[in-house]
Design a protein around this ligand. Structure first.
Ligand code: WT7
Length: 646
């Protein structure tokens, strides 16, 4: 029983921690007991142009719905991440960049150098006409310029919208259109696992579907020959050669937007999650310090991509706000060999490593030798994020990677939450493999049943958060009604996470996965509706239904049921064509892992697709399909079961 399997805080950690068990209890109690006072005190972590006198001002109720933190405060996020460290840490490394190809040289930027590069980029943006409040789309590989560009936006008050470099031109165009962005920052090509990624060509393809796009700034990475459109496209190096490095900071209200980041939901197109300046930065900084017991200048590596919220909060904003040294890795975990992650750890003496269970499962499959070839003596703490970590992967991470000396910090959070909400503190919390353990200060989780009754003690149900916290998203870009509808209408007065959860006898939280139509593929969120819309765009497809199913490496895979138009024949060739089609429409992360051609889908008499049944068939759990009596045509199910995709 994993619930009984517990790992106490190692003595060494108890001795050196900034927050021990009593410290955590005190922080937690104060944050919920006197939130106004607690958060104004915490706000002192940041440098304010005008210090706030108000902490949280929020209500989750429909009639006075509002979320604001430190609304009377003024600050600049970039100044907090860079300028304020210049006096004490000007010569300390802020960013270590590790290239895709281990034969290439790593690069390092001190805080002073980062300050200059950020200022230069900010001046380039200003010269291109970018003003406070404008949206700037960033479609970049994992290179230092991506960090410079994000910080440059923050410096001048522009709102960045980073689009993961693995998204297709179609997906990129949708995200440019949705926030009406007129500028894209990209690179000629990206590099991942030794292969080029045609970023500029993708921007060109997107431009045809994004009429708002007027300016493209291109950073030269591989030197590939790319088309440059006169008047629209500019090489960054040309613009930068004419720009100075001094750029004044734009004073921002704490509630002024910092960024938009698109994420999939259970319905419709991806939502632009909006985060603001003061509360977000405070949450990123506080949680980064608490969960990793972070003390600058420890070498810290979050192996995410800047295109996801993990990259925003825990490669860039949190670590830099804390004056840390953050490693940015251009490549993938298993190239050129399965030892790469551990070699990077050794090369840069990484003390804290933060990665995803899917990467661990893929590496675990290669056996222990690729890990044991390396030293890893520098490692002190190991983090996990993005999906539930299965106890087997947890133990491997703990025993083989960390040689039983590094706590595993399993952090539960979401794009919407800005930063971690539930996680152990290394010096305070006994660990249980597979549990994200306990809430951070200020986080008030509840487990509710389907109709919203709050379940106490040991319980299983849906996870809601009963109070606001500073890092919470503020709205869906351009659709405030959808924001309320999605998160606050299911359970009145509470934020609904979309996750199922169990609380054990020790009060530990165990996330059981999404309870909505969202699939967690390799720690990335994919809406079933999005994949379905992509499939039905294909001329041969009449109807599609997509569900998740257990996948050894990805956690969940994508299983698509496809009904073809009359006169179309199922074939392996068509199956391949549909997979390729979805990759072009959305991106490789949306590739279906299984496609089952179905003459019909199981529907109720009112025409609603019964996903519960489709999920069970995809999982191979066909012995007990539950009540099928409401189906319009029960024989459809027999056909589906008999023809399950392998
Ligand atoms: C969903 C959020 C967290 C930033 C990266 C993903 C799942 C995330 C955990 C964890 C169990 C987790 C949840 C959540 N999730 N971390 N430690 N244990 N589940 O952000 O794309 O917004 O996805 O990922 O289901 O709702 P995201």
């Amino acid at each position: 029983m994993t619930e009984q399997e517990s790992y106490p805080v190692p003595a060494e950690w108890a001795a050196r921690t900034q927050v021990d068990a009593a410290g955590y209890a005190s922080l937690y109690g104060r944050a919920l007991g006197d939130p106004g006072r607690f958060w104004l005190e915490q706000a002192k972590r940041l440098d304010w142009i005008k210090r706030p006198e108000i902490a949280g001002d929020w209500s989750f109720n429909e009639d006075d719905f509002r979320i604001a933190w430190f609304p009377d405060g003024r600050l600049n996020v970039a100044a907090n991440c860079v300028d304020r460290h210049l006096k004490t840490r000007g010569d300390q490394t802020a960013i270590i960049w590790e290239p895709d190809d281990p034969a290439d040289a790593a690069r390092r930027f001190t805080y002073a150098e980062l300050h200059a590069e950020m200022g230069r980029f900010a001046n380039v943006l200003k010269a291109a006409g970018v003003r406070k409040g404008d949206r700037v789309t960033i479609y970049m590989p994992m290179i230092p310029e991506a960090a410079f560009a994000m910080l440059a936006c923050a410096r001048i008050g522009a709102i960045h919208s980073v689009v993961f470099g693995g998204f297709s031109p179609e997906a990129l165009a949708g995200r440019i259109r949705d926030c009406d962005s007129s500028i894209v920052i990209t690179a000629d090509e990206g590099r991942r696992g030794g292969r080029p990624v045609p970023l500029k060509a993708n921007v060109d393809a997107a431009a045809g579907h994004a009429p708002s796009l007027k300016t493209v700034i291109v950073v030269k990475v591989t030197g590939a020959n790319v088309a440059m459109q006169d008047g629209r496209d500019h090489w960054y190096e040309d613009l930068a050669s004419r720009a100075g490095t001094d750029c004044p900071v734009e004073p921002m209200g704490a509630e002024d937007p910092l960024f938009v980041l698109y994420t999939s939901g259970s319905t419709g197109k991806p939502k632009g999650v909006l985060h603001t300046s003061g509360g977000y930065l405070l949450w990123a900084a506080l949680t980064h310090e608490l969960t990793f017991d972070y003390r600058a200048p420890s070498i810290y590596w979050c192996a995410a991509d800047i295109g996801w919220v993990t990259g925003h909060s825990y490669i860039l904003y949190g670590p830099l706000a804390n004056g840390g040294t953050t490693l940015m890795y251009e490549g993938v975990p298993n190239w050129p060999t399965a030892s790469r992650i551990w070699e990077v750890v050794d090369r840069h003496k990484v003390e804290i490593l933060y990665t995803a269970p899917t990467a661990l499962r893929a590496l675990m499959r290669e056996g222990d030798a690729p890990v044991q070839r390396t030293s890893r003596a520098s490692l002190k703490l190991l983090g996990s994020v993005g999906e539930p970590i299965n106890p087997e992967a947890w133990r491997w991470y703990h025993h083989v990677v960390g040689e039983d000396r590094c706590p595993i910090i399993d952090t539960w959070w979401q794009t919407e939450t800005g930063g971690t909400l539930i996680a152990p503190l290394p010096g305070a919390t006994a660990l249980k493999p597979g549990s994200a353990t306990l809430p951070l200060p200020g986080v008030d989780p509840q487990i509710v049943d389907a109709v919203g009754n709050v379940l106490t003690g040991e319980a299983e149900g849906n996870l809601v958060i009963a109070r606001s916290w500073p890092g919470q998203m503020r709205t869906v870009w351009g659709d405030h009604a959808r924001f309320f509808q999605t998160y606050f209408s299911t359970y009145k007065g509470k934020y609904f996470t979309g996750d199922g959860c169990r609380r054990d006898a020790d009060g530990y939280y165990w996330i059981t996965g999404r309870v909505d139509d969202v699939i967690n593929v390799s720690g990335h969120r994919m809406g079933t509706a999005e994949v379905e819309s992509a499939l039905v765009l294909h001329p041969k497809v009449a109807e599609a239904a997509v569900v998740g199913f257990p996948h050894d490496i990805k956690g969940q895979g994508i299983y698509a049921y496809v009904t073809l138009n009359a006169n179309e024949e199922p074939s392996d060739a068509l199956r391949k064509e549909l997979v390729a089609w979805v990759r072009t429409e959305i991106g490789p992360i949306a590739s279906p892992d299984a496609i089952q051609f179905a003459p019909a889908l199981p529907k109720t008499r009112s025409g609603k697709i019964m996903r519960r049944i489709l999920r069970k068939i995809a999982e191979g759990d066909t012995s007990n399909l539950g009540d099928v009596s409401t189906l319009a045509d029960p024989s459809v199910v027999e056909h589906l079961v008999a023809n399950r995709a392998a």
